[in-house]
Write a protein that binds this ligand. Sequence first.
Ligand SMILES: O=C(O)c1ccccc1NCC(=O)[C@H](O)[C@H](O)COP(=O)(O)O
Length: 271
Amino acid sequence: MDYSEEIAPAVQSILDAARERGGGGDRVSVTPRSLADAFEAAENAGRTPVIAEIKPTSPTADGERTDDPVDLARQMVAGGAAALSVLTEPDHFGGSAATLERVRDAVDVPVLRKDFVLHESQLDVVEADVVLLIVRFLEADGTDDLADLLTAARERGFQVLVETHTAAEVEKALGAGADIIGVNNRDLAELEVDLGTFEAVAPEVPDGVTLIAESGIQTPDDVTRMRDAGADALLIGSAIMDHDAATDVEANTRRLTDADTDAVETTTTDT
Ligand SMILES: O=C(O)c1ccccc1NCC(=O)[C@H](O)[C@H](O)COP(=O)(O)O
C-alpha cells in the first residue's frame, strides 16, 4: 500500500526515515519492569496511571526542550508518572537510543521506547521495558507483519504497546494477539487531535486488554474525560514537556496524575 496520499507530509517523512534506519547489532534480551504492576501501584497510591513522554520536539511542537532528559525523567517520576516514554527517533523528535539508556538507568519505573519500528532488526537497538508497534505503519509495503513483530518483540522480553486509531485497527491489533492497546487521538493523516477518537474506539477493546489513551491530553478535565471513556492509563507528552514555555515538568506531571483522583474525591464529597 502506498501511503503518500494518505498521510501528512511530516508523517511520510518519518516513515521514509524509518525505512532507511538500520537495526542494531546483537539481539536484545530484556528483563522488563512490569507495566501492569506500575499502573496498579499508581492506582493504589491514588494517582491516575500516566506514561509521561520525553519528547524534546516533534513535527507539531512549537519549540524544543534542551534540558537534560535524565533531569526531566526524574521530575516526571517525582510528579507521579507511573511509567516513562522516551522518543528514540532522531530525525523528527530529537530522540536517541543513548537517551533512553541513560533515562532507564536513572529511574526505576518502566520505560517505553517510542519509535517507528518497521522491521524485526529495529528491535535490536536498545533495552526497554515496552516497545511501540503502530498498526497503520505496519500496513505499508515493505514492512514486517504486525503479528510476526509482536512475537519477535515478546521473544526479546519486551512488553508491546500496539497503537491504533480506528475500530478496524483495533480488530487487527487483537487479531495479532495484542494485550496492550493504545488509541491515538492524533490522526496521522491530518495531524489533528480529537479526544473523541478515543471515546469512539475504546468500546471496541475488550476487558482484559490494557487500554491506553494517547495524545492530545492537556488538562485535568481531559484526563477525567479519557478515564470516563475507559482508559486504564494515559500517554502524555506535550502538556508535560510544554515545549514553548519550558515550565516545571514535575508540576505539569502532578497536575495530570492527580487529576482523576480529584474528580473521584469531588464525586464522593457530593454524594
Ligand atoms: O507528536 C507529534 O507531533 C507526532 C507527529 C507525527 C507522528 C507522531 C507524533 N507523535 C507521536 C505520539 O504518539 C505522541 O508523541 C504521544 O502520543 C504523546 O502525544 P502528546 O501528548 O499530544 O504530545
